[in-house]
Write a protein that binds this ligand. Sequence first.
Ligand code: PMP
Length: 446
Amino acid sequence: MFPGIVHTGTGWKAVRTMGTARVVFDKWDGRYSAAASSVRSSAVRDLFAAAARPDVISLSGGMPDVRRVPHEAVQRAVREAMRHDGASALQYGSGNGREELRATIVGLMAESGVRLSEDDLIVTAGAQQGLDLLAKVFLDPGDVVICEGPTYVGALQAFSAYQPRIECVAMDEHGMRMDLLEETLRHLGPRGAKFIYTIPNFQNPAGVTLSGERRRRMLELAHEYDVPVVEDDPYGRLRYEGGHILPLKALDPDVIYLGTFSKIFAPGLRLGWMAAPRPILAKVLLAKQAADLCGSSFAQAVAERYMTGTTWRRVLADLARTYHERRDVMLEALAEHFPADVSWTRPEGGFFVWVTLPDYVDTRSVLAEAVEHGVTFVPGSDFFPDGSGANCLRIAFCYEEPAQIAEGVRRIAEVLEDTLQLYRAFVTAGAVGGTRAGAPVMGGRR
Ligand code: PMP
């Protein structure tokens, strides 16, 4: 086994090693709050250390390819920000974000079909902070949150600190299944959940998109059961095929919408936004002030400058072309190398493909071997609050060059083939039960 990766029971941990494994003893254990203790570790984050080795092909992290963002364009934005807004860029700013940037965001939202004014949104430190703040203002221990199963690891991390019960609703190739959502809501009763969390476009990790028809149905159900909808949309502008589908927020002003500059500019700025009904924004703003007083005035001033003119649109179009090509390479490599009893999704945009293996495979154990073979992915169980999805995995096509993607997929296939052969031998001998791969439902077994 690769010595830098250990499974801790709650997640994978990359341990820096100098020939021998180092055990870190936490003498403060037992003093942390229940909330801090309930935050899960994530294989994705932990794997960044292993993925940084130059010989390892990383199909694990969802890192935008910022190598394609021209430094001159950013330098120009910084220079202009300092020349025109230097004093305010270096000062504390208003808690809800700089007016000029909020005006830019209003324009971006209008292009997606959402009509807002600047007072309907606040600037956050990435969409991630929006998730944390929503959890902070909505959740008490034991409250129910409904989300897709699988769902974004960072959302699970943000929510779990506030100790909710997370109910996952399975998806198929058209996104969250509305029959199952209705069943869950009926079971919980009116106002039985604090919110429904959805990533409608090119979902992380499943890669599927919620159809227009299902978006309307979700909103009907949300009204019927009086449950707010949180729409997390980091990938909406990264569509490689098919037509734009209106955001839920365009259909219903009560939707809480999270956007981000991470994928249209760069995640290093840590800039995103939350558009929500004003009473909710007022509560979120108080929580945000407690967290950070205000966001980075400097980063906002730079983003304002970067987002004026047309350079950012050219850069984004170039990024989308790049990701599109890499997606195609990944899908071709999967078709060429992956075993027949494995299925995967076909994303129309975004960064991720979700792979479903036969029920008896545990991708957590496959991962260690994959790292030994010089490739990383994220085991499916990371994306469920209860350890489901162990027979699934997520691979990302956003960061590696096409040749590396093809080689990475080939290496995973090689490891899988070995594992599957072993399992098949057991199944034939009657030692374990065999089942087919679980497509097209993305759930996976416990
Ligand atoms: N939501 C989803 C679904 C994501 O995939 C990500 C980042 N990978 C985020 C939110 C957070 O993005 P950021 O904080 O960089 O805006």
